[in-house]
Design a protein around this ligand. Structure first.
Ligand code: SAM
Length: 273
C-alpha cells in the first residue's frame, strides 16, 4: 500500500487518519495508509452498513451522471469529490459524451494531489483545491473558469459532502450562491446522511460513529429530507424527489433491496428552472 506515495505533499502527516483516504479504503481504493485503514476498520466494526452505504452512494452517483448527460448536461462541478476512485465522474460522463467537462473540487489537499496525476492527460477535466463554503473561491478558480461556461447548464454535485457543512455556515445561503451563478436548466445533486428510516427513526448511533472518526473527520451534521429541501430552495427536485439512495431512479443494476432506508443516506437531484 502507498504509505509514502510520491504524490502526497510532504507537509501531510500520513500517520494521522484522513477522511478522504478512509473513504477511499471503504470504496476498495489503494490510496490509503495504515492509520486510515485502522480507523475505517473500527468504523465498520461499529457500523457494518457503512460499506454498503458507500457502495450505494457510488451507484447513485453513476445513475445521476447518466441521468444528467441524458438531459443534455455536459458540464460538471463535483464539490467534495474526494480521492478519484473507480467510476469517477469524468470517466462516467465522458464515457457517455466525450465532450463532457468535469472539475473536481475538494478542500483536502490530499484528494486534489491524488486527482492531479489521474487527470493530467485529460484536457476536459481538472481538480481544484477550494472550499464549498467559499463560493467565490470555487466559482472563480482558474480551472473552473477555463473549463466551465456558466452561460450553459452545469451540474453541481455535492455527494456525501454537505454533512461536513454545519448549520452555522448556512448551507442554504451557500447553495443559493451557487444557484445564482448557474444558467437555467442547470442541476444540483446531493447525497446526504440522515441515519434515519422512513419514519424518522434513528438506524445508527451517530454519537458512537462521531467518537470513532472525530480525529479525521469534522463533526457530522445529519439532516433529513425536509432539511435538504430547505437547502435546495429555488431548485425543483426531479422525481422521485428526496429518497433513500437505492430508490432514486433505480436501473437494472441498482440494488433496491428490502430495506432501502438502511443506506442511511438521502439522495436528490434538483433543477434550476
Ligand atoms: C465522503 S467524501 C465523498 C466523495 C464523493 N463525493 C463521493 O460521494 O463518493 C467527502 C469529501 O468532501 C470533502 N469536503 C468536506 N468538506 C468540504 C468542503 N467544505 N469543501 C470542499 N470539500 C469538502 C472531503 O475532503 C472529502 O474528500
Amino acid at each position: 500500500m502507498l504509505d509514502r506515495p510520491g504524490w502526497a505533499p510532504k507537509q501531510i502527516d500520513l500517520n494521522r487518519p484522513n477522511a478522504a483516504r478512509m473513504y477511499d479504503y471503504l470504496l476498495g481504493g489503494g490510496c490509503n495508509t495504515a492509520a486510515d485503514r485502522e480507523m475505517a476498520k473500527r468504523l465498520v466494526a461499529r457500523m457494518p452498513q457503512v460499506k454498503e452505504t458507500v457502495r450505494l452512494n457510488r451507484s447513485f452517483l453513476r445513475r445521476v451522471v447518466s441521468f444528467l448527460v441524458g438531459q443534455g448536461v455536459t458540464q460538471f462541478l463535483d464539490i467534495g469529490a474526494g480521492i478519484p476512485s473507480v467510476g469517477n465522474v469524468h470517466q462516467l460522463a465522458q464515457g457517455l459524451d466525450p465532450e463532457c467537462r468535469v472539475v473536481y473540487v475538494d478542500n483536502d489537499p490530499i484528494a486534489v494531489a491524488y486527482a492531479e496525476p489521474v487527470l493530467k492527460d485529460n484536457k476536459l477535466a481538472a481538480a481544484v483545491l477550494a472550499d464549498f463554503r467559499s463560493p467565490d473561491q470555487v466559482l472563480n478558480a482558474p480551472a473552473v473558469r477555463s473549463l466551465i461556461d456558466f452561460d450553459q447548464p452545469v451540474a453541481v454535485l455535492t455527494l456525501m459532502m454537505m454533512h461536513y457543512v454545519p448549520d452555522s455556515a448556512d448551507p442554504a445561503r451557500l447553495m443559493g450562491r451557487y444557484r445564482d451563478a448557474l444558467a437555467p436548466g442547470s442541476y444540483v445533486a446531493v447525497s446526504h446522511p440522515s441515519f434515519t428510516g422512513a419514519h424518522g427513526e434513528l438506524l445508527a448511533d451517530a454519537e458512537a460513529v462521531g467518537e470513532i472518526v472525530h480525529e479525521a473527520v469534522e463533526p457530522l451534521n445529519l439532516r433529513g429530507a425536509d432539511d435538504l429541501l430547505r437547502i435546495l430552495a429555488g431548485f425543483e427536485p426531479v422525481p422521485p424527489g428526496v429518497v433513500h439512495l437505492p430508490l432514486w431512479r433505480p436501473d437494472s443494476t441498482a440494488d433496491i433491496g428490502r430495506h432501502p432506508e438502511r443506506s442511511l443516506v438521502y439522495g436528490v437531484v434538483a433543477a434550476k428552472p
